[in-house]
Ligand binder design. Structure first.
Ligand SMILES: *[C@@H]1O[C@H](CO)[C@@H](O)[C@H](O)[C@H]1NC(C)=O
Length: 231
């Protein structure tokens, strides 16, 4: 488990729609997934997002037959949770890829095809340095030359069009699983998600021995249409 990971998800909802746009080959144009807020769970952009807060998550909507973005609790709520899910202490924000099939919590969403993509500008990892000091490192997907996801103006300067899609910094797409928790108190199920983690690639192993599974593009949701569950 990576304890120290915080995700930077500081953009407003319309930016996530633009930046996770995908090419629609039927209509020969780029399309944006809609960010659908829920009454029970609000996404609040933050430069310091921790487990138990809402993260923007890309999923396949089997009814509309297109990808959509929904806020989900970061940290999967176990279905056997009783009482207020918010009072639970979360250790479910990361899911080790090595144990996912055997896991009591994660095997069901995996089998049901409840894959998702957690959208962020990047994530923090704490690098151990000499003594007890730890230094935060901001990590993100490889960018086009000159693009710096940590620079806010690069996001505000980014442009979206039907013909070109998103031209700006690239989001970092974290592979995850999600589930819907039927709470007695709330009118609609609470969606929650977990980030899949794996052994670090050589490029980042000097920082930490584990890393999130990072996808190359948001299209994975589209490609996996048949395997995705109905939301
Ligand atoms: C952020 O990007 C803008 C536009 O490219 C640039 O003018 C500015 O100096 C950058 N800020 C930082 C802190 O690097």
């Amino acid at each position: 488990m990576i304890i120290g990971v915080l995700v930077l998800s500081a953009l407003c909802a319309p930016k996530y729609e633009e930046a996770s746009s995908y090419y629609d080959d039927v209509n020969d144009e780029y399309k944006k997934p809609s960010f659908i807020n829920s009454d029970t769970l609000k996404f609040i952009p933050s430069t310091n997002l921790s487990p138990s807060e809402a993260v923007p998550v890309l999923v396949w909507d089997a009814v509309q037959k297109c990808p959509i973005i929904k806020p989900m609790v970061w940290g999967m709520i176990p279905p056997w949770t009783s009482g207020d899910y918010k009072s639970g202490s979360y250790t479910t924000h990361n899911c080790r890829i090595e144990n996912v099939k055997e896991s009591r919590l994660y095997s069901a969403p995996l089998t049901a095809g409840k894959r998702c993509v957690i959208l962020c500008e990047g994530y923090y990892e704490w690098k151990s340095t000499v003594g007890k000091h730890k230094q935060p490192c901001f990590l993100y997907k490889a960018q086009s030359p000159g693009m710096k996801p940590e620079n806010e103006s690069h996001w505000s300067d980014g442009k979206w069009s039907k013909s070109q899609g998103w031209v700006g910094p690239s989001l970092t797409y974290l592979a995850g699983l999600y589930s819907a928790f039927e709470s007695k108190k709330d009118s609609e199920p609470i969606l929650s998600s977990t980030v899949i983690t794996m052994r670090s690639s050589p490029a980042v192993s000097h920082i930490h021995h584990r890393m999130p599974a990072i996808l190359s593009s948001p299209e994975v949701v589209k490609c996996r249409e048949k395997k995705m569950a109905t939301l």
